[in-house]
Every structure is written in structure tokens, then in C-alpha cells.
Ligand binder design. Structure first.
Ligand code: SF4
Ligand code: FE
Length: 481
């Protein structure tokens, strides 16, 4: 396994082509806007070095019997699924941000079982190829970007019916030695902190979409791949001197548009090419795993936000007020309900034909549906407790100013024993999570990441067994059909 430092060095050797605010970035690792997101992924390596977290951060490879980072592991039991959630909560607590590496973990688990089932039905050799990639990923301890979401253009039209064929990733040429692909993937979490990408289709497909039913892996800096970095609310605060106004100086997350301009993929790296009838299975499994994931990571970030609200209440001198205590209880209740869903869908998981474990899909969808709501309520309560100062107070530069600094210090102090600087720090952290750069992960991603709310409602309606429930009621009411 790599250490945190080795991970950082490995990224420096990559040859990413990244545009950020209209400019080509020379050194993504040290760019002040990108670096905090790298620190979050680095934490997935650093905590794995720490023996006290070995049970959560590492696992035993089913391929080699060797110890691997859990992010490179195929879940071999429901216990593995539960540990995954606990690991994600721990990392959320340590970063208060998106640590990005989960999409690859969810991707490999979905592609493993799907390729196995494609091979079983069609006699293809995808699973064998995939295992070779997985072995290398485990040995090299790669961060892999699981790339699913296409730009999608007109949402009312299938991939093959779009005005522009590149709105979904597709094959433009089939050659003896491989395929050439074009298109793009949007909202790519952690793409510029990843060594490899694992591409998957984004929706269930029909025969007309054969060229779009595609899964493959590629180095994240392969020829023909480039990135356009996504803006985040308040991102340019990271370019300023000082460390108070950013709210979270060390950690962050990122998303980017990943563009494929005629990228060559050798056959050994292709895991689905035209088997459109398996596209829906792959999407459903990846989405299921990622809906589970949020029951860990968002809960960890929620822990930090609840803690920050409690600290702000102390600094404001209102910690003993009964309504404040009650709001903190409500936030905890909501956060632990999310965790309960993450644990439940894991504990109720089952073995797939290939041998790795899949979560309970109904419960994973219930988990994510709650994620589209509860973080918003937790954020609302945090803002309630923090007070309006969180968004109206002056900058760090004003606090440090030789003349007006004294005025800021005087008028923005809460309880006399706490410095104004510390009060500003905790309020800026709440601002960062609820309105700033981390709100991308904590709020809007909670809504749309791993599928928007309606996608979960469709799954809940499919998996909810309403007919079975009707039979139960009829039996009790003694209704004979
Ligand atoms: Fe992992 Fe959560 Fe970020 Fe998704 S949002 S990559 S589950 S930390
Ligand atoms: Fe996500």
C-alpha cells in the first residue's frame, strides 16, 4: 500500500490536462484551489497507515490474500459492507469534505459482479480482464475515478437519439487491438486526484444504443482525455492569504468535466462493449453502492457540523438554552438515522453470483432518499444556532488590520473568555459546510449525487413489494379473492 506522501508523489508524476478558470493548470497538486481536495484523498492513505484503523481502512484481498486499502477491495461479506460505512464516516469526520475515493470502490464492486454475469450468459471474457485490472489496482493502491454520469443532453431522448452523439460516451471506431471512444462524463468527483478511471454507462439502454453500452478503464491522464474543473461557491477564497475565511483550510472535494477526444482503449481494458441488456444492471448496482456510501460520508461531515454548531452556541453564550440543546438533539437524531440506514442496507446485503457482496437495494435507496432531505434540515438547524453573523461578519483581513482590527475584535466577541478569532473560525466552518465549497458535497450532492430523488423513488416503488403488502392486509382482513 502507498503512504500518504507516496500518493502525493505519484500524482506529481501524472500528466493531467486540466483547465481551471480558463487556464491550463501546470501543477494540479499544488494549485491552491485543487490542493485541499488532494489532501482529502491523501487522508484515505494516511489513515490506512495507522494501525488503530486497520480494521476499517484495510481488508484482505480475495485475489491475493494480501492486505489492501479497503477502497481497492471487493466486499466479501456483509461485515465488509458495514466496515465500508464506518470507514466513510471516519473519513468524513477527519476531512469535513468529500474524500472522493469511494466512486472507484463502488465502481469496481459493480463492474465485478456485472462482468461475471455477462460472461455467464454470453460466454465473453470480461470478468477475467477486469480481475487483471483489479489486481493491478490493489497492488499499486490506485485511486480510481468511477465515471458514470454522461452530460445527457435532452433528458427526453435516448443516447442514440441525441442531436450530438457525444452527449453520451460511445465507440467511434472498433479496431483489432481495441476501441476508440469519444464523449464526456460530467460531475467527475476526484478525477484529477485519480490514477485511473473506470467508465460505466449511465442509464439502461436498448439495442439502438449498442455503441453506448460501454465500460472500460484508462489511465486518468491518457492521451485524448482532458478536464474542465468545476467551480464551487466561494472557491476563490482559497486564493487569498490567511486561513480563517475559507472555513476549512486543509480539506475539500472537487468535480470536473472529463472529456474523451478519440481516446484509444486496448481490448484488455474493455469490460462491456455493446451488451446493452446489462447496462441497467451495472447502473443499478453502482448507484446502489453509492447510495449506501452516503450513509457513511455525509454522516461523518454531519458529525463535524453538529460539533461546530455546539461550539458556536458555547461561543455565543447560549449553550445552556433548552431550545439550543433540543436543536442539537434533533440534528443528532437526523444524522444517526442516516447512519442507521447506511448500516442497515449493508447488514442486509447478499452475495452476488461472482462472490462479492451487494447491499440491500431497497434500503440503500431509502438511505439515499433520506440523504436528499436530512442534511438540509441539519444545515438549517446549524444556521439557526450559528446566527446571522456567519454571513455578515467582516473578513480575516479586517480582523488583522492595524486600526479597524481592534473594532472588529471588540464588536464580534461573544463570551468574553473566547477570542473573536476563534468565534470567527467556527462560524466560517459552518458557512463552509452549509454555503461554501463543502456545501457542494454536503447539500447539492446529497440531493443529486448517486441519482436525484426521483431515481430512488422509482427503485423504492420497484423493490417495495406492494403486492405482498396487499396480500398481508387481505389475509388479516380475511378477504377471499
Ligand atoms: Fe465518497 Fe461521499 Fe465523496 Fe461520494 S460524496 S465520493 S461517497 S465522500
Ligand atoms: Fe457522489
Amino acid at each position: 500500500m502507498m503512504t500518504g506522501e507516496q500518493y502525493e508523489e505519484s500524482l506529481r508524476k501524472m500528466n493531467f490536462k486540466v483547465y481551471l478558470q480558463g487556464e491550463l493548470v501546470k501543477n494540479p497538486v499544488d494549485h491552491p484551489i485543487i490542493r485541499p481536495s488532494m489532501n482529502s484523498v491523501k487522508m484515505t492513505y494516511k489513515l490506512a497507515e495507522d494501525t488503530q484503523y486497520a480494521d476499517l481502512m484495510t481488508a484482505t484481498s480475495h485475489l491475493t490474500g494480501k492486505k489492501v486499502n479497503r477502497f481497492c477491495h471487493l466486499h466479501q461479506s456483509t461485515d465488509d459492507l458495514v466496515r465500508k460505512i464506518k470507514m466513510q464516516r471516519l473519513l468524513g469526520q477527519r476531512t469535513a469534505a468529500c474524500f472522493q475515493r469511494c466512486v472507484g470502490m463502488d465502481g469496481i464492486n459493480a463492474v465485478a459482479s456485472t462482468t461475471f454475469e455477462i460472461d455467464q450468459k454470453l460466454g465473453t471474457k470480461y470478468h477475467e480482464r477486469f480481475n487483471k485490472f483489479l489486481l493491478k489496482m490493489q497492488e499499486e493502491d490506485w485511486t480510481v475515478d468511477g465515471a458514470m454520469t454522461d452530460p445527457k443532453g435532452d433528458r427526453g431522448l435516448a443516447p442514440s437519439k441525441q442531436a450530438d452523439p457525444d452527449l453520451f460516451v460511445h465507440v467511434v471506431e472498433k479496431r483489432e487491438d481495441g476501441i476508440v471512444v469519444s464523449g464526456a462524463k460530467a460531475h467527475q468527483t476526484g478525477a484529477i486526484n485519480s490514477h485511473w478511471i473506470l467508465v460505466m454507462p449511465t442509464i439502461a439502454m436498448t439495442k439502438d444504443d449498442t455503441d453506448y453500452a460501454l465500460s472500460f478503464c484508462a489511465p486518468a491522464d491518457a492521451e485524448g482525455i482532458y478536464y474542465i474543473y468545476g467551480r464551487q461557491s466561494c472557491d476563490t477564497r482559497k486564493l487569498e492569504d490567511g486561513d480563517i475565511d475559507v472555513g476549512n483550510k486543509q480539506f475539500g472535494g472537487h468535480e470536473a468535466l472529463m472529456v474523451f477526444d478519440h481516446v484509444f482503449i486496448p481490448w484488455e481494458n474493455v469490460f462491456m462493449c455493446g451488451e446493452y441488456e446489462f447496462s441497467g444492471m451495472l447502473v443499478e448496482r453502482f448507484a446502489g453502492y453509492h447510495r449506501q456510501s452516503y450513509g457513511g460520508c455525509k454522516v461523518g461531515v454531519g458529525d463535524v457540523l453538529i460539533g461546530a454548531a455546539a461550539v458556536a452556541a458555547e461561543f455565543n453564550g447560549v449553550a445552556k438554552a433548552s431550545h439550543i440543546k433540543d436543536k442539537l438533539i434533533e440534528m443528532t437524531h437526523l444524522n444517526e438515522t442516516l447512519y442507521a440506514c447506511g448500516i442497515a442496507c449493508s447488514a442486509e446485503g447478499h452475495k452476488t453470483a461472482c462472490g462479492n457482496y451487494l447491499i440491500n437495494l431497497l434500503l440503500a435507496n431509502v438511505c439515499k432518499q433520506n440523504i436528499t432531505r436530512f442534511p438540509y434540515e441539519i444545515a438549517r438547524l446549524a444556521e439557526d444556532i450559528a446566527g446571522g453573523l456567519m454571513v455578515t461578519m467582516p473578513s480575516e483581513k479586517d480582523l488583522c488590520h492595524p486600526e479597524i482590527g481592534k473594532v472588529v475584535d471588540k464588536y464580534f466577541r461573544g463570551v468574553a473568555s473566547v477570542s473573536t478569532e476563534n468565534r470567527m473560525r467556527i462560524l466560517r466552518l459552518i458557512e463552509n459546510i452549509t454555503l461554501g465549497t463543502a456545501a457542494v458535497g454536503y447539500r447539492t450532492e446529497s440531493m443529486h449525487g448517486a441519482g436525484s430523488p426521483q431515481a430512488q423513488r422509482i427503485m423504492i416503488s420497484r423493490q417495495g413489494n406492494l403486492e405482498g403488502k396487499k396480500q398481508l392486509a387481505k389475509a388479516i382482513a380475511q378477504i377471499k379473492d
